[in-house]
Design a protein around this ligand. Structure first.
Ligand SMILES: Cc1cc2nc3c(=O)[nH]c(=O)nc-3n(C[C@H](O)[C@H](O)[C@H](O)COP(=O)(O)OP(=O)(O)OC[C@H]3O[C@@H](n4cnc5c(N)ncnc54)[C@H](O)[C@@H]3O)c2cc1C
Length: 413
């Protein structure tokens, strides 16, 4: 006998799982979310783009996140590969596509804690892993690590790259690795970032500074994501804070003046993963349970939130047609809506990353030709910006721009 019966069980309490659970609860489903909440500060942040901000605005969560996040008005890319065909620097300004900012950057653990608080008020949040899950006719039966059981008509697998739910649903995953580690850190620095994120493209991958909000007397702060070889990561991991800050300062050419670490750093091995399908009978995959790639161009969680928004729309629509929303057939619109976007991001990030790692001259030439084109051709640059922050095709309802207020006509004014 189940201890709890709900419409939908969300497995995983990371940013994707908590966001899914809140959105589904707000859509009127009874929801339980089970997973451990990662409260560690490890220098990781997420840059959330316009469509993700619209999503959190639609859920009423943006007011609690806004003052914790720093706006990203410009993104600059600098070729630091020392390649024979050096690429020009390119700066993308949100104002070119009619936005005040591309999005906003927030610390991962801060975002997750805020989402957890909102989830606690809206649904049954169980801070406990799922030990096992069985797929049965008409629903799933999950046993939590504390021995309790939850029965649901649908399970949303948001339990990360090693997803237990995905493997119990017999959905195949293909994984690969990159010869890189992403070092992450929060930095306090001398000069203001002016809401500009700067990406230095090096031979081992990008080294990116992303604006952060000031805090506790630290007026100028940024986060760092620096992709490097395993050997360099091992050497830098052994450095003291001062020496590491000095190496970061050198790598970014002193762009933001003197730097100091603000808290613990993280070191994350880079990998990729894609799945054979996004849905099964009684199961839908979202977030890193469904796709994984290195953190280039800040795509991971933004893609995951598009998964979540599309899934909410699919199950809402199935329910409004009076259908059982957990069947493979009812979930098909979700799979169809997400395939292209996921494959485009996974392959695009893979290509860009490999083009940096390659010292093969024609690859360098192509990469720098791309940079030249983006620097020189306005419409191309604007198309790339729109694709990066809003994506092509129809966005799900939760990411549509708010309806414009009608201006009162003179006759009625
Ligand atoms: C260095 C770095 C920088 C990044 N920067 C950006 C960025 O700027 N913008 C962006 O959009 N993305 C970025 N990303 C990607 C983004 O951080 C991830 O996509 C996102 O955090 C993944 O969220 P998730 O909820 O899918 O997975 P996770 O955060 O891995 O959450 C999975 C959850 O499942 C739980 N779990 C695991 N097993 C079980 C189980 N058996 N039962 C229940 N729960 C379980 C875990 O405890 C965890 O809570 C970055 C990634 C990295 C590595």
């Amino acid at each position: 006998m189940a201890d709890e019966k709900v419409d939908i069980l969300v497995a995983g309490a990371g940013a994707a799982g908590l966001s899914a659970a809140i959105a589904l609860a707000q859509a009127g489903f009874s929801v339980a979310c089970a997973g451990q909440i990662d409260r560690r500060a490890n220098g990781r942040t997420v840059a959330l783009f316009e469509s993700s901000l619209r999503f959190y605005k639609a859920l009423g969560l943006w007011p609690r996140l806004r003052d914790l996040a720093a706006p990203l008005a410009k993104i600059a890319m600098v070729d630091a590969t020392n390649a024979r065909f050096a690429a020009p620097s390119v700066t993308f300004a949100a104002s070119e596509i009619g936005l005040a900012a591309f999005g906003a950057n927030i610390e991962n653990n801060v975002l997750v804690e805020e989402l957890a608080q909102a989830a606690r008020a809206a649904l049954s949040l169980r801070e406990c892993l799922i030990a096992d899950i069985r797929f049965e006719p008409g629903g799933v039966d999950a046993t939590l690590a504390d021995g309790s059981r939850i029965r649901a008509a649908l399970v949303v697998a948001a339990d990360g790259r090693q997803s237990l739910v995905r493997s119990r649903a017999a959905i195949e995953a293909r994984s690969w690795t990159y010869p890189q580690i992403a070092a992450t850190a929060l930095l306090a620095h001398e000069k203001p970032h002016r809401d500009i994120s700067t990406e230095f493209h090096t031979r081992s991958g990008p080294c990116t500074l992303v604006p952060l909000r000031p805090r506790d007397g630290l007026a100028h702060r940024s986060s760092l994501v620096w992709l490097m070889s395993d050997a360099e990561a091992e050497r830098r991991r052994a450095l003291n804070d001062e020496a590491l800050a000095g190496e970061i300062e050198d790598q970014v050419g002193g762009l933001l003046g003197a730097m100091a670490l603000d808290g613990a750093c993280g070191f994350f091995p880079m990998a990729g993963m894609s799945v054979s399908r996004l849905t099964g009978e009684r199961v839908a995959l979202v977030g890193e349970a469904a796709h994984l790639f290195p953190p280039l161009a800040a795509q991971g969680l933004n893609l995951s939130l598009r998964d979540v928004a599309a899934l909410v729309q699919t199950v809402e629509d199935a329910r409004s047609r009076g259908e059982d929303f957990g069947t493979l057939e009812a979930l098909e619109p979700y799979a169809a809506a997400r395939r292209g976007d996921i494959s485009l991001r996974t392959n695009g990030v893979d290509l860009l990353n490999r083009s940096l790692l390659s010292e093969f001259a024609p690859v360098d030439l192509m990469r720098s030709a791309g940079f030249f084109a983006f620097a020189a051709i306005g419409p191309l640059r604007r198309a790339l910006m729109r694709e990066g922050v809003l994506t092509h095709g129809d966005l799900p309802r939760l990411m549509q721009p708010p309806p414009r207020r009608k201006t009162p006509s003179r006759a009625h004014a």
